[in-house]
Structures are given as structure tokens and as C-alpha cells.
Design a protein around this ligand. Structure first.
Ligand code: ZN
Ligand code: ZN
Ligand code: ZN
Ligand code: ZN
Length: 180
């Protein structure tokens, strides 16, 4: 019994005296960096140097922010809407406008039509770029200019006649009954 007690005491003594020196002796030879916070385009990150053996953190360090990776884009101007030169970061989707391109306005070609029998005087403007049409009219149709009535046929019930517009060539027919 006494022997066991002595052995136990001896063991404990050894343990107490050895333990602190065993831990203090780690020379932190093997280390690794561990990221605590990833760096983004606009914010710095943080990393820590750890001893792989005892886990002690030996040093913390900032990770530089990355800066935007900007790619340039162009939205072309049309007749009625502004264009844009802009950039976008492929990492964080940050965008910024470099400059605006003013709308071009329509490039109208103008065709003029004089008044006809059935249509008023007309100006049609057509944009060569986008096809937009603007029509303006002036006055009224001038109406048909009829020639004399011509005979088509005669039969038991009456007479059939026609006349022609000398301007547009339209033909108009009429039937008339005999009057007795
Ligand atoms: Zn260590
Ligand atoms: Zn970015
Ligand atoms: Zn246009
Ligand atoms: Zn006519």
C-alpha cells in the first residue's frame, strides 16, 4: 500500500514539474495562415498566423482590399434615348457611368404629296434610322373631276350610263328608268 502511494506521489511530482516546461518548449516552428475575413473590392480582410502544433495565434495581419476589376460597356444612343458609356466590376457588380451620349434625334426624309381627288395635301416625314413616320395634312381633298356621261347599254327597263374622273380615272355608273 505504501509502495503504491509513493509511486503515485512520484508520478504526480513528475507531472507537475514536467507539464509547464513541455508547453513552454513549443518553438512554433510550423505555422499556417488562416483567413478570418476575406478581402473584398472595397474592404480589407484579416488573417492570422497560427502555430499548427499548439494553436497559438502569433500574428494578425490585414489583407489588402482587391480594387474593382472594371470592364467597359457601351449602350448606343438612339433617335430618342440617350446612350451611355459605363463600367462594371466583374466581382462585386459595382457600376459607374463614365459619360452620357445624347440622343441623336430623328433623321427625317421628307416626301410631299399634292392634294388628290380623295386625299388632302400631305407631307410625310420618315426617319431613315428608326422608321418613325410623321404625317401632316393641309386643306381638303379636291374631289373628282367628272367627264360627260357615256352610254353603256339600253334595254327594256332603262338606260345604263357611266362617267370617268379625268384626274384619277375612277368610273361611276348609274341606271335610269324610262319615263313614260
Ligand atoms: Zn506552438
Ligand atoms: Zn468590385
Ligand atoms: Zn428616328
Ligand atoms: Zn378623281
Amino acid at each position: 500500500m505504501k509502495k503504491i502511494l509513493i509511486l503515485t506521489l512520484c508520478f504526480l511530482m513528475c507531472f507537475i514539474t514536467l507539464t509547464p516546461t513541455a508547453f513552454a518548449k513549443c518553438s512554433h516552428k510550423n505555422t499556417k495562415w488562416e483567413t478570418l475575413q476575406e478581402a473584398t473590392c472595397t474592404k480589407a480582410g484579416k488573417r492570422v498566423k497560427l502555430c499548427t502544433k499548439c494553436g497559438k495565434s502569433l500574428k494578425t495581419e490585414r489583407i489588402k482590399k482587391k480594387n474593382h476589376t472594371l470592364k467597359r460597356y457601351i449602350k448606343k444612343a438612339t433617335c430618342t434615348s440617350n446612350g451611355l458609356n459605363w463600367e462594371r466590376c466583374s466581382r462585386c457588380k459595382y457600376t459607374r457611368v463614365l459619360n452620357k451620349i445624347p440622343a441623336k434625334g430623328h433623321a427625317f426624309g421628307v416626301t410631299h404629296y399634292g392634294a388628290s381627288c380623295t386625299a388632302p395635301e400631305m407631307t410625310i416625314k420618315t426617319c431613315e434610322r428608326c422608321g418613325k413616320k410623321e404625317t401632316t395634312t393641309k386643306g381638303k381633298p379636291i374631289g373628282h373631276k367628272w367627264g360627260k356621261w357615256q352610254l353603256v347599254s339600253v334595254n327594256a327597263s332603262g338606260v345604263r350610263n357611266y362617267r370617268t374622273c379625268v384626274r384619277c380615272g375612277l368610273k361611276q355608273y348609274k341606271n335610269s328608268r324610262y319615263k313614260f
